[in-house]
Design a protein around this ligand. Sequence first.
Ligand code: FAD
Length: 374
Amino acid sequence: MRDARNGLMRIVVIGGGIAGASAAYWLSEGAEVTLVEAEALCGYHTTGRSAALLTEAWEHGVPAMLASGSRPFLEDPPDGFADIPLLTPLPVAIVGTDGEAVATLADAAAERTEVFVLDAGGLADLCPVIDTAVVTSGVLEPGGREIDVAALHQGFLRGASQRGADIVTGARVETLTRRDGGWRVGVRDSTLEAQVIVNAAGAWCDEVAELAGVTPLGLQPMRRTAFTFEPEHDTSSWPMVIDVHEDYYFKPERTQVMGSLSEEHPMPPHDVRPEEIDVALAIDRIQHATTLEIRHVKRTWAGLRTFSPDRDPVNGFDPVVPGFYWLAGQGGFGIMTSPAMGRIAAGMILHGSLPDDLAASGLTAEMLSPNRFR
Ligand SMILES: Cc1cc2nc3c(=O)[nH]c(=O)nc-3n(C[C@H](O)[C@H](O)[C@H](O)COP(=O)(O)OP(=O)(O)OC[C@H]3O[C@@H](n4cnc5c(N)ncnc54)[C@H](O)[C@@H]3O)c2cc1C
């Protein structure tokens, strides 16, 4: 299983989004890595279309554990990883008319991170455009953060390159053949050889599995639409506001505000585009919950959030086909969990175990294994 030239394992990572980039970053510490990305630009698909939030109150279960395990790296990356801080403060307010749902969420979130329960007066102080005749309760997570996704993604890619990884773009993997105990990876008019392939193809992970003769997991890509508008307010002290039933959210972004319907429309993997109706519905719901008047939308986009059948991510070897590693199902939390997910992939592939600190937090290989769907 070793490269005859330098004794290192040879690994091909398929997909140059945040998942593939983070895996390549840690794998290249101990293996000869080639990352292949179908598009001309790594990050063109879901990674370049996120809301960039780190939250331990809104996420729960395994994704929240992975977000907490990622936080130390995001707060204090190694010297030279990025020229700017990866995190900036972005408190998160989860709000609603349904006091019971907010209270339940607050109790669960308090076990993971510091939160404060807010009544209508507290909400009005925090974000004066919230209409407290409609939105009556909330929970505030002061530790929420905005992630500089571009800096994080570039840091992973640059770091991987510095450690000797090859990053090849405009290179869609078209064939995957198992031969002599390894893989032959057909890309454009050439063939790469590897002992292990890491399937980090986002919405395309099940399609990549089929190329390799591996049974798909039943991953489901879901469209989510987003847009920005210019508010007539100073938003510098606003939190990100998320409806407790996920009917909408909005988030201050310097001179603009980003909004979303928080919708989940199942669809096949493709270069997804926003639907006008989803933007209109989101505007309607945000205007209903606030005193905002959204007259002019600046930009709209959509991305595919891809979920496994139990909505937890997948990070482990396929139980049937040797050398096929799944790094899939990052749903709506793939940016905030990417340091932990990348470290786990490298730990499992290079050493056969999770990193000690993540194992000590209660994460296990079984929680992340594709075996739970077989
Ligand atoms: C609107 C929206 C808001 C979000 N907000 C947040 C948030 O606030 N916080 C958070 O943590 N996450 C958020 N997410 C989720 C996050 O963006 C994703 O979980 C993450 O980007 C997934 O990364 P990925 O690398 O798995 O997928 P991608 O970024 O899609 O990368 C997969 C790559 O694989 C490539 N590929 C596919 N097939 C092949 C092939 N055959 N050969 C070569 N390459 C191939 C594709 O071209 C693609 O570039 C949000 C997502 C959306 C859409």
